[in-house]
Ligand binder design. Structure first.
Ligand SMILES: [Zn+2]
Ligand SMILES: [Zn+2]
Length: 424
């Protein structure tokens, strides 16, 4: 037997309904806020991610699926969606559209991570980006939309909205903070884990993410970014929070919330839960005002988020038996013999065209076995056509629940079955 590759997973039919629920809710909510879908390739030139995510990040250094294609070009399976989406925004000149340009996409992402519970090498995200607008009201709207998605899924009460401001690169606030943090981490290096010591050099803000207990005392004592924010960043953050209040979004300021990627500035946010162990963020995002320019586009600001679909699905309750049976066949056509099969096939086609879920036997089994199968499938009605019925131009319609059966003219069978509707 050939098994699946380590760290990937199948979404079996029993689970697929939950996935569809999440995707359906996402489309409804995002589109209500004026977002349009964009579909993107699963792989891009490697340099796009190196530049767009940052050479110094764990993702680019250790986690990308990178390979040379047959022409020798280096390509990478996307580890996240933002870089590819911005590439498309620039390449197709979408920045000439009225701003903010609001886009969403969904699909698989790929990272070579150590497999552990709830973490996969092929995982799925809903990704949203609003481009070309830096107003704090947009930041609040984006966060409110994310919360609305979880409200729609019945999960809002189980999640906490955490927000922070990371300052910006253009004014001195972020560089000044970074320098101070590097100094502090250097002075306390001996009390940090090896990973933190290494990160302190190449990606110091990320050190604050470390979850190891031995690092907590040092990290809890680290200088907080808030104290370093410039006047503009302070105002932007304060206004974002005012708009969140106006939108009725309860939120918590988390001074240590920094996100893993280099390009985030100003507003950053996460939706967290205590129900998934250490993997506590279900969704997260932030503002990345310099990134479009860095990728060769216009100096447009941007803000967005990604939702981890596997984690959302984990939080969703199992659908009841009714929901699981939504697409169960309603009618089972049971032809007995070749001639009967030829006669019922157009009936199946006509019913399916009207939205009825129909199962058809192949005509080569005994009636008893077919009825047994109909029972297992949970259909409400079996329609039996044998040689005797064919001769009379009739079919036998059998109610599976009661066992009652009666003849119906083949000529009017489709209309009769449609009129009968769902389970009696
Ligand atoms: Zn650490
Ligand atoms: Zn600033």
């Amino acid at each position: 037997m050939i098994r699946s590759v380590r760290g990937v997973h199948d979404i079996l039919p029993a689970e697929a309904g939950k996935w569809r629920r999440v995707e359906h809710a996402a489309r409804e909510v995002f589109e209500a806020y004026g977002y349009e879908e964009i579909r993107l390739p699963l792989f891009e030139r490697t340099e796009l991610f190196a530049r767009g995510i940052g050479e110094a990040t764990d993702i680019v250094q250790k986690e990308m699926y990178t390979f040379e294609d047959r022409s020798g070009e280096s390509v990478t399976l996307r580890p996240e969606a933002t870089a590819g989406l911005l590439r498309a925004y620039i390449e197709h000149g979408l920045h000439v559209l009225p701003k903010p340009v609001k886009l969403y996409t969904l699909g698989p992402m790929f990272r070579y991570e150590r497999p552990q519970a709830g973490r996969y090498r092929q995982f799925h995200q809903l990704d949203v980006e609003a481009l070309g607008d830096e107003h704090a009201a947009l930041d609040a709207e984006v966060i409110a939309m994310l919360v609305e998605l979880f409200r729609r899924l019945g999960l809002a009460d189980r999640l906490t909205v955490e927000v922070n401001s990371l300052g910006d690169e253009a004014t001195a606030c972020r560089p000044r903070y970074r320098a101070e943090l590097v100094r502090y981490l250097g002075a306390n290096a001996a009390r940090l884990c090896e990973e933190c010591r290494e990160r302190a050099e190449r990606n110091p803000l990320r050190v604050l993410d470390c979850k190891r207990p031995e690092c907590r005392p040092v990290l809890d004592g680290a200088p907080a970014l808030g104290a370093f924010l410039c006047a503009d960043c302070t105002t932007h953050f304060a206004r974002t929070r005012e708009y969140l209040d106006a939108l009725g979004v309860r939120h918590l300021v988390s001074p240590r919330l920094v996100r893993g990627l280099d390009y985030y500035v100003r507003t950053t946010f996460e939706l967290t839960t205590t129900e998934l162990g250490a993997q506590n963020a279900v969704a997260g995002g932030g503002r990345y005002d310099g990134l479009i320019k860095l990728l060769g586009g216009p100096p447009d600001p941007g803000i967005g988020f990604a939702v981890g679909v596997e984690r959302v699905v984990q939080l969703l309750p199992d659908a009841g038996p009714a929901a699981a049976g939504e697409r169960r066949p309603r009618v089972f056509l049971v032809p007995l013999g070749e001639a009967a099969l030829a006669r019922v096939l157009p009936v199946a086609t006509a019913l399916r065209a009207r939205g009825v879920v129909v199962e058809v036997g192949h005509g080569d089994r005994k009636l008893g076995r077919e009825l047994e199968r109909a029972g297992k499938l949970g259909v409400s009605r079996a329609v039996i056509v044998g040689d005797a019925e064919l001769e009379r131009g009739e079919a036998l319609v059998k109610e599976m629940q009661s066992g009652a059966q009666r003849p119906v003219k083949l000529a009017g069978l489709v209309e009769e079955l449609l009129a009968l509707g769902g389970p009696a």
